[in-house]
Design a protein around this ligand. Structure first.
Ligand code: ATP
Ligand code: PAF
Length: 247
């Protein structure tokens, strides 16, 4: 059994923290991308990321609430730069445990969502990764609490690339910028790939993150860009055609 989870790079996020953590998360617009991480769940313990055992605070919560298992993860992109891998690892763990036990998918996914929030590693990634595509989180929260819409756009003429810049903690970008909600409205009035990049670039600039490349924005430690870059080292992505799944 393999568990596949897409990467998650938000363009806009508006943190919502409530007493009930399942009502917490973010309102926002998130691109989920290939290549999916591929994971295997086994009896045992620990998270093995590309052959190396890692310590990730999400694991403590996952282990307490879902039971102790071992997750072996293969990823084509590195951890800690902004590809939403903490969320992807947590969601893979939850969907893996769901295959091995009688827990419902909804409860398992909500534990993954909770673990990313408590760890301070993400707010909306798990929910976006569960749905796939370009995800608009209209209301923050886990499954059954938040509200999500997948925005269908034709990306075939808009190839997506990322460039790795620097590692940094997610806590550095969990800030409220009041223009987030008006930029989401601006996008929804006229949704297109170019408009997505435009509003994401305005939003991330408001948090102090800039990119020197045309048609791009900087999310945490990576640049996301549409159209073939003229120079630099880039990873080619596709929009994730579906959310996380088990095969
Ligand atoms: N070698 C490592 N490099 C980076 N992070 C590591 C490493 N080992 C363990 N970690 C832990 O993994 C977690 C990475 O979470 P982080 O949210 O930064 O990932 P990400 O892939 O950048 O996702 P996001 O887009 O949500 O920020 C952190 O809790 C960090 O402490
Ligand atoms: C905070 C965040 C940008 C980290 O990847 C993401 O979880 C989101 O969109 O809420």
């Amino acid at each position: 059994m393999e568990i596949l989870v897409p990467l998650s790079v938000s363009g806009i996020w508006y943190p919502v923290i409530k007493e009930n953590l399942l009502e917490s998360g973010s309102i926002g617009l998130t691109l989920t991308l290939e290549p999916y991480i591929i994971a295997e769940i086994k009896y045992g313990k620990g998270i093995i990321f590309n052959g190396i055992e890692i310590n990730i605070p999400n694991y403590e919560i996952l282990r307490q609430k879902l039971g102790e298992y071992k997750l072996i993860v293969y990823s084509r992109v590195p951890l800690g730069y902004g590809y939403g891998l903490s969320g992807a690892i947590s969601l893979a763990y939850a969907l893996g445990v769901k295959e091995l036990t009688s827990i419902s998918e909804k409860d398992a996914v909500n534990v993954a969502h909770l673990s990313d929030i408590v760890a301070g590693n993400g707010l909306g990634d798990v929910i976006a990764q569960y749905h796939g595509g370009l995800v608009y989180r209209r209301k923050a929260g886990g499954l059954g609490y938040g509200e999500v819409e997948r925005i269908i756009l034709d990306w075939s003429d808009y190839p997506i690339f990322s460039q790795i810049v620097e590692q940094m903690p997610t806590k550095n970008i969990i800030r409220k910028s009041e223009i987030a909600l008006s930029l989401i409205d601006e996008f929804l009035r006229n949704p297109s790939p170019i408009k997505f990049i435009e509003v994401a670039s305005k939003f991330t600039k408001s948090l102090g993150f800039t990119s020197e490349y045309p048609n791009s924005y900087r999310k945490k430690g990576i640049i996301i860009k549409i159209f073939t870059p003229e120079n630099g080292v880039w990873i080619r992505h596709k929009i994730a055609s579906r959310g996380a799944f088990v095969r």
